[in-house]
Structures are given as C-alpha cells and as structure tokens.
Design a protein around this ligand. Structure first.
Ligand SMILES: [Zn+2]
Length: 237
C-alpha cells in the first residue's frame, strides 16, 4: 500500500508484472511512478490498473499510464460508465463545505479543490469491465467484489492468496474529515451516493477470507475482516 495525497493505492507484484489498485489524484502521477520504481518496477510492467471507483482521487494518476503506456484500466461494469463520465456521482465543493463546517473540513476542502479543479473534466474513455467473483487474469489473481454505495458501481478487490482486501472507499480506516478519528469506519455521509448501500456493502465484506485491509483512505489494518466490519458498523452505524 502506498499513501498519496490523502488517498492510497496498492501495488501487487507477480514476478516483474504489476497490478495497480487505484492510482491517486492526477497530481499523484509522479508519486505513483516513483512508488513503482521503489519496488523495482517500470511503469510498462503494469499489466492493469483496477479502479475501486472513478473519483478523481482514485483514478487521476491512471491517466499518465494510459497516455504513455496504454495500460488497460478495469473496474466494475457500472463504474466503467462512471469513469467515462456518462454521469458523475460526486459532491460539489459547496456541499462539502456545508457538510464539513469545521476547520478540518475546510482545510481538506481547500487542498481537494486545489488538486481537483484543474482536472475536473477528466474522464477515461477506454475502461474495461471486470467480471465479479472470479479470479481476474492479472498479477495477484484479484477477485472483484461489487460494493455499490459510495458510488453506484464501486468495486472492492480481494486477493485470496494473500488474504488482502482492497476496500476502496466502502470501508476506510480514516479520513481528514472523519468525526470518529482513525480506525475502521464508513466515510462521512456526504461522500456516499447511497448511504444504506454502503452499510450493506460493508456487511457483505464480512465473510471474505481476508485479514489485511488496504482501504482507500487511512492506514493499512491487519485484523480479521469480520472484526473490522463489526467495528466499522459499531463506530459509524
Ligand atoms: Zn476516495
């Protein structure tokens, strides 16, 4: 797991080949390439970028790989429509401000607006759809787990061989605007397209064979996923 600008991405290696899970903000592109170099890989080694969802903080850095290396980008079928910007499931800066209304929120909004505004119209035209529930033919053999709620097509990824769950923004362990501090939690309601959907999606992760959580925001967590789910739903019902 690599921490970018208030957001994480994952690097899965198999020999020299790499799967990326998410790609950070557009402004994280240099950090994304540096993170590959740090594990001895070249951007051309990336076989696929798997997106949990098509918000700019998760797909922005993929543009650098797509443009220079024609790296395939994959996500759930519904989320591929979102990546193409057939619609946009995202709150406005004004909504964020009203909802946050605190210094932590204000600081986060300012940083986010700076990172997002120059790229607000970014879309990825050529995004493929993953088949849920089967090992994908990518390094790590990740399995797509539909988790609609944060966005309509949000998709988590399970790496069964290592017991790792990439939970994206369905289940996180912190966020600059969190009101409950760090630890397993839902993102604040304002970020979620369908709040009840997020709750159901988190519950659906409970039985997965995973004991390492790589969330979209917050620190990596090593604990049985059932316990992580229960704690998240207790702290942020
Ligand atoms: Zn996010």
């Amino acid at each position: 797991m690599v921490a970018g600008t208030n957001v994480n991405w994952g690097i899965v290696t198999d020999g020299t080949a790499v799967t990326l899970v998410d790609a950070g903000y557009p402004n994280d592109a240099d950090a994304l390439l540096a993170s590959l170099a740090a594990v001895g890989r070249h951007p051309g080694d990336v076989v696929a970028v798997l997106l949990t969802h098509a918000h700019l903080d998760h797909m922005g850095g993929a543009r650098a790989l797509v443009d220079r290396y024609r790296t395939p980008v994959l996500t759930g079928a519904e989320e591929a429509r979102h990546a193409r910007r057939e619609y946009l499931d995202q709150i406005s800066p004004g909504q964020m401000l009203r909802e946050c209304g605190r210094w932590a929120g204000l600081r986060w909004v300012a940083a986010t607006v700076r990172a997002v505004v120059p790229h607000a119209r970014m879309a990825l035209a050529d995004v493929g759809a993953v088949e849920p529930g089967v090992a994908l033919d990518v390094p790590g053999g990740l399995v797509a787990v539909p988790t609609p709620g944060h966005t309509r097509g949000h998709t988590a990824y399970l790496m069964p061989s290592a017991g790792v769950l990439f939970s994206g923004d369905t289940l996180v362990t912190g966020h600059p605007t969190s009101r409950v501090g760090s630890g397993p939690q839902k993102l604040p309601t304002v970020f979620n397209e369908d709040e009840r959907g997020v709750t159901a999606a988190i519950r659906g992760l409970r039985e997965l064979p995973a004991d390492t959580l790589v969330p979209g925001h917050g620190g990596l967590l090593r604990a049985p996923v059932a316990a992580v789910v229960d704690e998240a739903l207790r702290r942020t019902p």
